[in-house]
Design a protein around this ligand. Structure first.
Ligand code: COA
Length: 194
């Protein structure tokens, strides 16, 4: 972490160089045909950090397939983008179909800084979504494995996620496990974000 925010990122949320270093051989996920973040299998597809310009490439419309997004204006989007970029620890990662300049997949790694475990870092997998017309083509696997390897690359000692029951099997094939006695996701709900 840290280092990346000092170099010029332009409109990237984090350094795209990080994605080139990932070793897909480390993941238990099985890809057939073989694809990676650096080589996603089609020349019109690219896996990269979120960019400011993705506001105009349907990024929020894609997130709306996951949950409520609300009416986020361009300036609100830009403000949040700047906050995430300056804070560090936000690795929003997307897949673009460059033929149409559309964002077709996304997943986020957030990095939590801790005092415990010798000032460790813990990764959390958030906001995984693939555009419905592109599902079933390994892109869900690709984006999740990408941010999971990224968590290891930036020094996290573990990566955690919450998911719907029906997705447990999907995440198990990617290396995630339900830990006995320690798999209860609980929430306290406050008012709906306005
Ligand atoms: C979950 C999601 C990201 C998967 O994307 P995808 O591109 O279709 O996934 P893949 O093609 O990589 O599929 C990987 C495997 O998971 C399985 N899978 C995918 N979605 C599934 C679902 N909703 N229920 C059960 N299994 C599912 C596929 O059958 C596939 O298995 P296979 O490799 O044995 O054929 C996508 O369905 C999605 O965006 N759903 C809506 C948002 C959502 O639920 N996000 C996850 C929140 S935890």
């Amino acid at each position: 972490m840290g280092m990346e925010k000092n170099i010029s990122l332009g409109d990237y949320l984090y350094s795209p160089e990080l994605l080139k270093r990932l070793d897909f051989g480390k993941s238990p996920a099985k890809f057939n045909p073989k694809i990676t973040a650096a080589n996603p299998g089609e020349n019109w597809m690219i896996v990269r950090p979120l960019r400011r310009s993705d506001f105009d490439k349907g990024f929020l419309q894609l997130l709306a397939q996951l949950t409520t997004v609300g009416n986020v204006s361009k300036s609100e989007f830009n403000e949040r983008f700047t906050q995430m970029q300056q804070s560090g620890g936000y690795y929003v990662t997307v897949i673009e179909d460059t033929r149409y300049s559309r964002i077709i997949g996304a997943a986020t790694l957030t990095v939590e800084q801790k005092f415990i475990h010798n000032c460790s870092l813990r990764g959390r997998l958030e906001d995984v979504v693939v555009n419905d017309t592109y599902r079933g083509k390994q892109l869900g696997k690709l984006i999740v494995v990408t941010v999971s390897l990224l968590a290891q690359e930036v020094g996290c000692y573990k990566m955690s996620l919450d998911c719907k029951d029906k997705l447990v099997k999907f995440y198990e094939t990617l290396g995630y496990t339900l830990e006995a006695g320690n798999s209860n996701a609980m929430n306290m709900r406050f008012e709906e974000p306005s």
